[in-house]
Design a protein around this ligand. Structure first.
Ligand code: HAM
Length: 429
């Protein structure tokens, strides 16, 4: 029978790789802690409606990429393709939003049925933050600074570029969409089917078309900047000034619109050219209307999410993961003879209790002393504790052997084993 394989685009992260992930996770958690963000966890499955109403019906994510199904009750559910919708739903449902300020962060798997390639997967991991209840550009600047701090801690600051754009208020966008829609209808003959389908339902997505003929037709299309209100321009200018004051460089990208419908005013992306085609590591912006759109009381918001696979790939390819992040085991316990299994487990238990930081593998499964020693060397442990007695004799002493080049070993009474370990490994209780 053919062996079952993982689903295409869904990766196993193996023990050799997990230390790299833990390193990035730890750095992210330290950064968000420094800025006063608190963790929120919400389900991986939600009502499909939640994503349709937030991300937008006429978006690639909702039209083509969601894993949706009817459950046994006939409810239509979807695996979350991103975190903002679930975060808003959870925070609002539990009364965290109205008249309050919240700084929240999350991490976890997201699911999109995209065509897999390097840096683009069907299950991928995001870190995200969402800040609620703060209307000014200062919070926009803060969430961007959270990213910048992480890049600094990871040594990536030279490899990432911040792109920003002002996409105007919801009202501005509505007026612009109407003008663009009229323009596209007038030029319908020059468009492809995809663009014609979207020209009324979501005309702004036509701007992303990869078809050169459509792009040619768009040359004389109305520009969003001409529809952005003074208020929105003032917000954006203030943000740019704040970014400059804290030394964050940015590039203005008038074509940056983002693929989710809930944004307004400032949107941003951090991009790199060290990843090939999938160069966007992080994206975000303001979404002042979303809470209300999902049935909550009006609550302004801003946030971002970053793709952890892309970060890990980048760190790997740039050699930025510190050596010391690989997990180290301190002690490998060699147990010669099945009659010593009990005493070995007891000694291991006592040592683990005495030194909570100690990593100790207790050999299981028997085997010759030489084979067990081979495993001890391969484990990366610094010391082996060897339990061996003349047959029938009680176990009174154990051997502690250095697994470095010296290979030195000493015999100690079991009662003194902990003390010797502490001395050799410089660890404390
Ligand atoms: P997004 O731009 O769709 O935004 O995704 C954010 C990041 O997730 C991307 O920049 C990318 O690094 C990563 N990502 C997206 N799709 C994939 C994929 N198929 N494979 C690997 N990585 C991927 C959002 O999700 C918004 N919720 C961000 C946000 C939060 N805006 C406000 N708050």
């Amino acid at each position: 029978m053919a062996k079952l394989q993982a689903i295409r685009g869904m990766n196993d992260i193996l023990p050799d790789q997990t230390p790299n992930w833990q390193y990035v996770e730890k750095c992210f958690q330290q950064v968000v802690h420094r800025y006063g963000y608190r963790e929120i966890r919400f389900p991986i499955l939600e009502q499909t409606q939640l994503f349709k109403r937030s991300i937008g019906e006429v978006t690639d994510i909702v039209e083509k990429e969601m894993y949706s199904f009817d459950d046994r009750n006939g409810d239509n559910l979807s695996l979350r393709p991103e975190g903002t919708a679930g975060c808003v739903r959870a925070a609002d449902q539990h009364g965290l939003l109205f008249n309050q300020q919240q700084r929240l962060w999350y991490q976890g798997p997201m699911f999109r049925h995209e065509r897999p390639q390097k840096g683009r997967y069907r299950q991928f991991q995001q870190f995200g933050v969402e800040a609620f209840g703060m209307a000014g550009p200062d919070i926009d600047a803060e969430v961007i600074q959270v990213c910048a701090s992480l890049w600094q801690d990871l040594g990536l600051e030279k490899f990432l570029t911040l792109e920003i754009n002002n996409i105007g208020s919801a009202e501005d966008r509505k007026r612009y969409a109407a003008a663009l829609s009229a323009f596209l209808a007038f030029h319908a003959d020059e468009l492809d089917d995809d663009a014609r389908n979207r020209m009324h339902s979501n005309p702004m997505r036509v701007l992303d078309s990869k078809n050169p003929a459509v792009q040619a037709a768009l040359k004389s299309a109305p520009a969003l900047v001409d529809y952005v209100s003074d208020e929105s321009i003032a917000h954006y200018s203030e943000l740019k000034s704040l970014l400059s004051q804290v030394g964050i460089e940015f590039v203005e990208s008038p074509r940056l619109v983002r693929g989710l419908d809930y944004y307004n005013n400032c949107v941003f992306e951090w991009t790199t050219d060290s990843l090939g085609a999938q160069g966007t590591v992080c994206g975000g912006g303001r979404y002042d209307g979303l809470v209300e759109q999902l049935g909550g009381k009006p609550t302004v918001a801003a946030g971002f999410a970053m793709g952890v696979e892309r970060l890990v790939l980048m760190l790997d390819s740039l050699g930025k993961i510190p050596e010391a992040t690989s997990q180290v085991i301190d002690v490998y316990m060699v147990v010669v003879g099945s009659e010593l299994a009990g005493p070995a487990q007891l000694l291991a238990k006592q040592l683990r209790q005495q030194f909570p930081e100690l990593g100790l593998i207790n050999h299981c499964g028997g085997g010759k002393s030489s084979n067990q020693m081979k495993r001890a060397f391969n484990s990366g442990a610094r010391l082996a504790i060897v339990l061996e007695t003349e047959s029938g004799q009680p176990l009174e002493t154990v051997k502690i052997r250095h697994l470095n080049d010296s290979g030195d070993s000493i015999s100690v009474e079991i009662a003194n084993c902990g003390e010797k370990l502490a001395e050799f490994l410089s660890i404390s209780e």
